[in-house]
Design a protein. Structure first.
Length: 345
């Protein structure tokens, strides 16, 4: 596999990486929209969901994309036109950059960085800039309030997310995402390595904190104050239409897939399974690995959307108190306990 990649010129590798990232972003995002937004939510509410476009509504997502592409691209008279246009692109780009460091197999990785987890967390935070730009540039008071709410929310929940990851880094002894995957699949539990040592068993508190923080980062219920329809119409997206609104829509569900991929990599063993020969991994794991990771991503995404459809919206003060008074102290306690056990054992 490495010889094949090395024989391709750099421009060819760049094209393959770009196409690979597009597939890695759009396939999970589309699957999440159809399976969870269209169908799971419908079944939870005792209805069928979209059924007209394609068999069992399977083409509904394509119909939605076509509808948005045909809509007129409107821009308010008082808007800062350049910043208004750039905002959704920045939001989507930050999601694409997350996938650059996520490993999909032994060699199936776009960039194997020594500090990959820091890169992933850093670029995932860039979306808040796009949201602030959208809120400010729209020349709409509801959009500005939505942008400010989103900024305060994302900043508050970024800290517990980072602190939750620290426990995993301490246990794995590396910041490299590929190294974290290997550590889980080659580890042992009380001397038994039948299922490796997935960190969901030892870092379940960190997983809980990470998923809650991811829910807030995605601005999904019960943390959907930035786009609260009953208060802010649609928040920072109020003035967007056509393809720009579609980019925000893609960014939201692609981000859900990205956070689910990060969680699957950190806590569920990523693309690996413990019963293969990790001393000499076969090349077919570069094909099976993405499928294994995709299955784990869907499991994580199920819980993310289950929470979205099950709980009412928090008040703004409740959201901030939950982050600063509950999640951050809990994550610090998890780091302390992990560090003590790491030294002791």
């Amino acid at each position: 596999m490495n010889l094949i990649v090395a024989s391709v010129p750099y421009w060819g590798q760049t094209i393959f990486r770009v196409l690979g990232v597009l597939l890695a972003v759009l396939i999970p995002a589309g699957t999440i929209v159809y399976v969870f937004l269209f169908k799971m939510m419908s079944f939870m509410q005792s209805r069928l969901g979209p059924m007209e476009a394609g068999p069992y509504g399977s083409m509904q997502l394509l119909a939605e994309v076509g509808k948005f592409l045909q809509k007129e691209d409107l821009m308010p008279n008082g808007a800062d036109r350049r910043i208004f246009a750039m905002a959704p692109i920045i939001v989507v780009t930050s999601t694409f950059l997350v996938y650059v460091a996520i490993p999909f197999g032994p060699d199936a990785v776009f960039g194997d960085y020594p500090m990959g987890i820091f890169l992933v967390l850093a670029v995932s935070s860039v979306s808040v800039l796009g949201i602030l730009m959208a809120g400010w540039a729209s020349a709409n008071k509801y959009s500005l309030l939505g942008g400010l709410r989103a900024a305060g929310q994302l900043i508050a929940y970024e800290l517990p997310m980072v602190l939750a990851v620290v426990g995993v880094v301490i246990q794995a002894g590396t910041l490299n995402l590929q190294g974290i995957v290997v550590a889980q699949n080659t580890g042992e539990i009380f001397g038994w390595g039948g299922i490796g040592n997935p960190y969901i068993l030892t870092q379940f508190v960190a997983l809980f904190i990470f998923l809650i923080a991811a829910q807030a980062e995605l601005s999904q219920a019960p943390f959907d104050m930035p786009v609260a329809e009953s208060e802010l119409v649609a928040g920072y997206m109020t003035e967007y239409s056509g393809i720009r609104f579609l980019l925000f829509f893609i960014g939201e569900f692609a981000s859900a897939g990205a956070f689910a991929a990060i969680a699957a990599t950190l806590f569920l063993g990523g693309w690996g399974v413990p019963w293969v020969d990790w001393g000499n991994l076969p090349d077919w794991m570069n094909i099976a690995g993405p499928l294994i990771l995709f299955a784990k991503v869907l499991i994580i995404a199920f819980f993310i959307f289950w929470l979205r459809f099950s709980y009412p919206r928090f008040r703004e003060d409740q959201l901030q108190q939950f982050a600063w008074k509950v999640l951050i102290p809990l994550s610090l306690a998890n780091i302390a306990v992990t560090a003590i056990l790491k030294v002791a054992f």
